[in-house]
Design a protein around this ligand. Structure first.
Ligand code: RUQ
Ligand code: CUA
Length: 762
């Protein structure tokens, strides 16, 4: 454990004491320590992770949501969850799978014409430029149904799902090449590559295949281009994790396998099970691929089309010298290229060692044509001794390796020992170990997959939580543990329960590199990033009927939905397009219609469509589902589904019988509110508000709201002139509603300016 020096403690205690006094006014920090049974060490951990209210974290992590088919976004070091991103699974809050554009994304993930509404997400990868995380895109795979998704980090939305054309399962994705030219996805369980093709298990060696797919990423479009993607046919060795070369090994990729025995189980028939057969040999194979050259061969027409997809067959790959094998011990799992690309570190689950392969040695062997043998498919095998530079004994069950900002320092997870080992791969020695809870799988350092790891923190992604949290039934939360790696000794700082699915892997990026938008350009379809064909501006709202199709072009702005009534006939197909006209940050509206299983999240500027068949007569309220303003509950309307051929018998809505006195009272309320608005405006314009883009947006929005009162003022005055007190009063009320929204924004802007040190201007 880290030895704390006394001055450091008293410093921390001193500072915390000052801050804490605001919360426990009667207590000293010492009292709190005693009362809560905390040690000085706990206090230090708390001080290292606590992010005070209003302050932000240093790193943002993207964790796979495992069986939830989602991605979890959280911040480091506070471990506060920021978002769940719906990827392979519908997620109603974001409207994902409940509005038309996002349904279209999920539909891309259909297999054999069928919806697959869940995913087993495993490995997220951040897009890279020159081997460094650039914060633009995130990729993640689905192991169960071989698919890959593209998430745009401008809005943290899933934009595309591609289905692997030849695999039936996959695990070794997503891993990106250094400029995100390709996203690598390796198969897991071997199967025939042709779709819907049956071969008996007796023909496993001949007809079953593994492989690696290289998905071409078109960065300008922000999408994968399936037509320019290709795969490499591989033996049925159960390919596992992969990693892309970088620096010295740029242009190459490395993929593990765990069942080069090609064993087929059958426990029900009295055969020893897969686990026995697949770990019988001492070694499996690392696949070493020259993907750059493979891509050239495919471009030159040397691939074979399988299911309409370019596959470079093993025979061609061997002949052209782009595929090699190297033995690796034993039940290998992680294969992780060092930041400089010179070494590849392989951990074998059933070996206490990690093996450090030298890319230079591998290249020398290839150049010299020095192979120890060929595998049954004719692939040249480089001897382990000709490729490995060192092996280091770390402990039981080594799995995955991540890198530090300090040269030669690596961290490897030890599944069986429930530990993280810190070691030096240049000198081959263990530096430190820390216990985690329990049975760690992956681990992650900050930007630890890039050419420039940022060090500082490590997160252990543990498979079991057992006794760490308040019990919540037999299904426990997952446990992400934050570890301080800035010193010589690792220090465990924090346990975070993650209650969504097994977070297989995570990646973390410097928060400053993320540049998400706060609003869309007005009328954007966020899933295509293009103008939505049904985008609607203020004043252009309309309902169009064509036969039995009813299309609504509506808008949302505090605090009303336009239109407020939608009348259709039973059996009509209804499409409701909604554009959020807001410009203010965070002014999201939601939309749903009672009992039609539809929901949209409409962020500022976005246009969203929901579509359903009005297959039942009745009255169905619709409303905004986000508490967006003081008049949020009034953000409502009615869908009236009328019987066929229905005729009205009563005209006119019930009146309230407002009087002249009511009207005058409302007009006074309006005048009083204007005084408040004027004083807020006076304050805002007295300071340098233009230096704060957030405030400028709020001020613009406030004036938008206020601008609407002009026409309405004319309406209430006209009604008053005709002594129509009903309409005069209600239109005057509407002026007040806009004033309230204006004042609400103005006060928010004022608070922001006061808290962010706005200065007086003349
Ligand atoms: S795996 S516990 Cu799905 Cu990445 Cu190693
Ligand atoms: Cu919009 Cu509530």
């Amino acid at each position: 454990m880290k030895r704390l020096n006394r001055t450091a403690i008293s410093l921390v205690v001193g500072c915390m004491g000052f801050a804490a006094s605001a919360v426990w006014s009667a207590d000293t920090l010492q009292d709190v320590l005693k009362e809560r049974g905390l040690s000085q060490q706990d206090l230090l951990a708390a001080a290292k992770t606590y992010v005070p209210t209003g302050k932000r974290d240093e790193f943002v992590a993207f964790a796979s949501g495992g069986q939830s088919g989602q991605v979890i976004v959280y911040a480091i070091p506070s471990m506060r969850i920021l978002k769940y991103i719906g990827v392979f699974t519908p997620e109603p809050w974001q409207g994902y799978g409940f509005d038309e554009s996002s349904k279209a994304v999920l539909k891309q993930g259909r297999i054999d014409g069928k919806d697959i509404t869940w995913g087993d997400t495993h490995h997220p990868a951040i897009s890279e430029t020159n081997g460094e995380y650039d914060g633009q895109f995130l990729f993640i795979n689905d192991k169960a149904n071989p698919r890959l998704a593209v998430i745009d980090l401008r809005d943290f939305e899933t934009k595309q799902i591609v289905v692997n054309p030849i695999f039936k399962s996959e695990h070794g994705g997503a891993f990106v090449t250094t400029n995100s030219e390709y996203v690598i996805e390796a198969a897991q369980y071997a199967a025939p590559l042709e779709n819907k093709k049956f071969y008996p298990l007796e023909e496993f060696n001949e007809k079953y295949r593994g492989g690696i797919t290289y998905w071409k990423f078109d960065r300008k479009e922000g999408r994968i281009d399936p037509a320019k993607s290709f795969s490499l046919e591989l033996p049925p060795y159960s390919q596992d994790l992969s990693d892309a070369g970088k620096g010295a090994s740029e242009g190459w990729s490395f993929t593990n396998s765990f069942c080069s025995e090609r064993y087929v189980g059958g426990i029900e028939k009295g055969r020893p099970p897969y686990e026995a057969g697949c770990s019988a040999k001492d070694t499996d194979y690392m696949h070493v691929v020259n993907w750059k050259k493979a891509a050239e061969l495919v471009a030159a027409g040397k691939a074979k089309k399988i299911n309409g997809h370019d596959v470079l067959m093993m025979e061609t790959a061997v002949k052209e010298g782009v595929l090699f094998l190297i033995p690796e011990p034993k039940s290998p799992h992680g294969v992780d290229v060092t930041p400089d690309g010179k070494h590849i570190i392989v951990a074998g689950k059933l070996d206490t060692h990690v093996s450090v392969y030298s890319f230079e040695k591998i290249q020398a062997a290839i150049k010299a044509g020095k192979f120890e043998s060929k595998d049954p498919y004719g692939i040249p095998v480089i001897a382990m001794k000709d490729a490995v530079s060192t092996q280091v004994s770390l402990g039981l069950g080594p799995l995955h390796t991540q890198y530090d900002s300090k040269p030669c320092v690596a961290y490897t997870s030890l599944y069986v020992d429930s530990q993280v080992a810190k070691w030096n791969y240049c000198e081959g020695k263990v530096l430190d170990k820390v216990s985690v809870h329990y049975n760690i799988g992956h681990l992650m350092t900050m930007e630890g997959d890039s050419t420039k790891p940022a060090g500082k923190y490590l997160v252990a992604l543990n498979k079991l939580a057992i006794d760490r949290f308040v019990p919540v039934g037999p299904l426990h939360p997952q446990n992400h543990q934050l570890i301080d790696i800035s010193g010589d000794k690792m220090q465990l700082l924090y346990d975070m329960p993650l209650p969504l699915g097994e977070p297989h892997y995570a990646v973390a990026i410097d928060a400053k590199k993320l540049k998400p938008a706060v609003r869309y350009k007005l009328g954007t379809d966020s899933r295509t990033d293009k103008p939505h064909p049904a985008a609607t501006k203020a004043g252009e709202e309309r309902i169009v009927k064509k036969g039995n199709k009813v299309e609504v072009f509506g808008t949302l702005i505090r605090s009303h939905i336009t239109p407020e009534t939608i009348e259709v006939e039973v059996g009509d197909e209804v499409t409701i397009n909604l554009t959020n006209l807001e410009r203010a940050q965070d002014e999201t509206h939601g939309f749903t219609v009672s009992t039609f299983n539809t929901h949209a999240s409409v962020e500022p500027g976005k246009t969203v469509s929901v579509k359903f068949k009005a297959d039942k007569e009745g009255v169905y309220p619709y409303y905004c589902t986000e508490f967006c303003s003081a008049l949020h509950l009034e953000m409502q309307g009615y869908l009236l589904v009328k019987p066929k051929g229905w005729k009205p018998t009563k005209t006119g809505l019930a009146a309230q019988n407002y009087t002249e006195a009511d009207y005058k009272a409302t007009v006074k309320k309006v005048a009083d509110t204007q005084v408040i608005i004027d004083s807020v405006v006076a304050y805002i314009t007295s300071v340098n508000y233009k230096d704060f883009p957030e405030v400028v947006a709020m001020v613009e929005d406030a004036f938008d709201q206020l601008g609407k009162t002009k026409d309405i003022k004319a309406k209430h005055e006209a009604a008053a002139a005709k002594k129509d007190w009903e309409n005069a009063n209600l239109w005057a009320e509407q002026v007040w509603q806009y004033q309230v929204k204006t004042a609400d924004l103005g006060l928010r802007a004022k608070t922001f300016l006061e808290q962010n040190g706005a200065k007086k201007v003349k």
